[in-house]
Design a protein around this ligand. Structure first.
Ligand code: DX5
Ligand code: ZN
Length: 219
């Protein structure tokens, strides 16, 4: 089993996104943060932009929906061709229905948990999902401090996942140091915005993060 590095284009230059995608072509997937200014106090882009990213990206899209009412909106991102679509547990009363709608279209279904959301109530739903995103910052903005207090959730998830092909993702404040903590706790998929796009050489930084994560991963 290998680790994945998914750069977040939230930290990229929004008016040069095609060029920015070229700078991270050695990554595994491109993490695309969709924010609606309701679920989180920030606004990024919607289906039209994600559709164009899908058209030009050399890498599959890992769409992270920080939006209200994913039951209504999430399937549209799967229909655009996103490889994975992750929505927030806090935004829906029926995560299983949303996950099934995504899988029916052919996308991997992801469940995201804010730092304050306990994982226990979701462990029995794992068969419905292809990845779980443990937020390591409050969603909404890049460049925040990694919250190590979220790591026990990864341990519970790793134990519950067992041999299944369910990716465990961390997102927020991931850099060369905190990626060690997350890998040791059980993560195998690492979103990094600032740490990649603010590096002088994003490709070299991706490789560095991948090597560090692989060295400390126990999956
Ligand atoms: C935060 C987003 C993250 C963000 C991470 O709400 O979900 O994907 O881009 O940015 P960094 O790596 O800078 O913390
Ligand atoms: Zn994200």
């Amino acid at each position: 089993m290998s680790v994945r590095i998914n750069p977040s284009i939230l930290a990229a230059d929004f008016v040069n996104l095609e060029r920015e995608l070229g700078r991270i072509a050695t990554a595994d997937l491109v993490h695309v943060d969709v924010m609606d200014n309701h679920f989180v106090p920030n606004l990024t882009f919607g289906p039209q932009m994600v559709g164009r990213l899908q058209d030009v990206s050399p890498l599959p899209l890992d769409v992270h929906l920080m939006i209200d009412d994913p039951g209504r909106w999430a399937p549209g991102y799967a229909e655009l061709g996103a490889y994975s679509v992750t929505f927030h547990a806090e935004a829906t009363g029926d995560p299983v229905a949303v996950a099934r709608s995504l899988r029916a279209i052919g996308a991997r279904a992801g469940l995201a948990l804010k730092p304050g959301t306990p994982v226990e109530g979701y462990l029995e739903l794992l068969p419905e999902f292809d990845q779980v995103l443990v937020m390591t910052v409050e969603p909404g903005f890049g460049g925040q401090r990694f919250m190590a207090e979220t790591m026990p959730k990864l341990g519970l998830l790793r134990a519950a996942v067992g041999e299944r092909d369910i990716w465990l993702q961390v997102d927020g404040g991931v850099d060369e140091e905190t990626i060690v903590t997350a890998a040791q706790a059980g993560a195998d998929t690492f979103v990094a915005g600032s740490a990649v796009f603010r590096a002088d050489d994003p490709a070299a930084q991706i490789e560095r993060l991948r090597e560090i994560a692989a060295a400390h991963s126990h999956v």
